[in-house]
Design a protein around this ligand. Structure first.
Ligand code: 5MM
Length: 341
């Protein structure tokens, strides 16, 4: 008998754990590797991800699930062990990014529509057979002069809802990720603008999820935090936490079991501090945790630098970040703990 969506979602939101977003597409991982002067090949991508997935302590204590790119889902570690088996052995759930990317939206200059619905039902069947029990789809909303438009919010929201319904049909928990970018052009918007836009987006998304008959108990929301533009950051940790919690309480039904934030270009420490502040001092109807890509991986990538002799250093860095975020998921992170590392 296949697992219940609610049970998979609950496992993904286990106390003090969160998701590792390691689903960089080939072009994004190339950018990340460029920053350490490493060529992106199937082997270097495998070695990097193997280093992360074999970080025993972080994986067992802090990571409830890993979002992979399609290549990684079907990839094997150097000794031939499938990555899916490594992840399961650590007690985490294997997941897969199923969108095929945010593409320029016809007639909407400066905005994108996320593609990947054609043939998705068949792909989901293959991913399920390969061991994936959750999926992710990211719709991207840009704040800029006159943007976002209603047309782009609506189109991205409907795609998210269609994707989520197909996942549930396949026995896969959908992570619904509508990301309002922190770094639009010029990326100087206020925290109030971010609140307003994110509220409109979440209201549209939940209305479309309802229309698409998506079972809220069997999905996870992956939103941005309410935060000011990357090039004009001044809001305090408490302000980000307070406005994010207020927005979510007003717009996310309590039937949703969990919310796992993206980090969106915040520094690793900021992303941890914000999450911890939200998990201390607020009475919340859902579990709040992390689904970070950059904020979990950045230090590990730098420490590794693409060199075999640095694998242990990369794993130490990943362990530390994962541990800090695990504390934040319980509201127990303190700045002093960063120095201890
Ligand atoms: C890891 O990056 C993900 C994939 O992006 P591309 O398809 O552009 O390669 C991305 O969707 C990610 O899962 C989320 O944005 C969260 O990552 P961050 O770095 O924002 O925490």
């Amino acid at each position: 008998m296949s697992e219940r969506l609610e049970d998979i979602a609950e496992k993904m939101m286990a106390d003090g754990k969160g998701l590792l977003a390691a689903d960089e597409s080939t072009s994004t991982i190339k950018k990340r590797f460029d920053s350490i002067d490493l060529e992106s090949t199937e082997t270097s991508r495998r070695d990097y991800r193997e280093m992360l997935f074999r970080t025993d302590e972080a994986m067992k204590k802090c990571i409830s699930g890993v979002i992979m790119f399609e290549e990684t889902l079907f990839q094997k570690a150097a000794d031939g062990t499938p990555f899916v088996d490594l992840i399961k052995a650590a007690g985490a759930v294997p997941g897969i990014k199923v969108d095929t990317g945010a593409k320029p939206m016809a007639a909407f200059p400066g905005e994108t529509i996320t593609e990947g619905l054609d043939g998705l039902r068949e792909r989901l069947g293959d991913y399920y057979k390969a061991g994936a029990r959750f999926a992710k789809w990211r719709g991207v909303i840009t704040i800029s002069e006159g943007l976002p438009t209603w047309g782009s919010i609506k189109a991205n929201s409907q795609a998210l809802a269609r994707y989520a319904a197909l996942c549930q049909e396949a026995g896969i928990v959908p992570i619904v990720e509508p990301e309002v970018l922190m770094d639009g052009k010029p990326g100087t918007h206020s925290i109030e603008t971010c609140y307003e836009v994110t509220e409109k987006v979440l209201q549209t998304v939940f209305a479309d999820l309802f229309d698409a008959r998506v079972m809220l108990e069997g999905m996870i929301l992956k939103p941005n935090m309410v935060i000011d533009g990357k090039n004009a950051r001044k809001a305090s940790v408490d302000q980000v936490a307070e406005m994010t919690v207020k927005l979510l309480k007003r717009n996310v039904p309590s039937a949703v079991p969990g919310i796992a934030f993206l980090s969106g270009g915040q520094s690793s420490e900021e992303a941890t501090a914000h999450l911890s502040a939200m998990n201390s001092g607020y009475d919340l109807p859902w579990a709040l945790t992390y689904s970070y890509g950059r904020a979990l991986q950045e230090d590990a990538l730098k420490a590794w630098g693409g060199k075999t002799e640095n694998v242990a250093a990369g794993q130490r860095a990943f362990n530390h970040r994962a541990h800090m975020n695990s504390l934040a998921a319980k509201g127990n992170w303190k700045k002093e703990l960063e120095k201890a590392a």
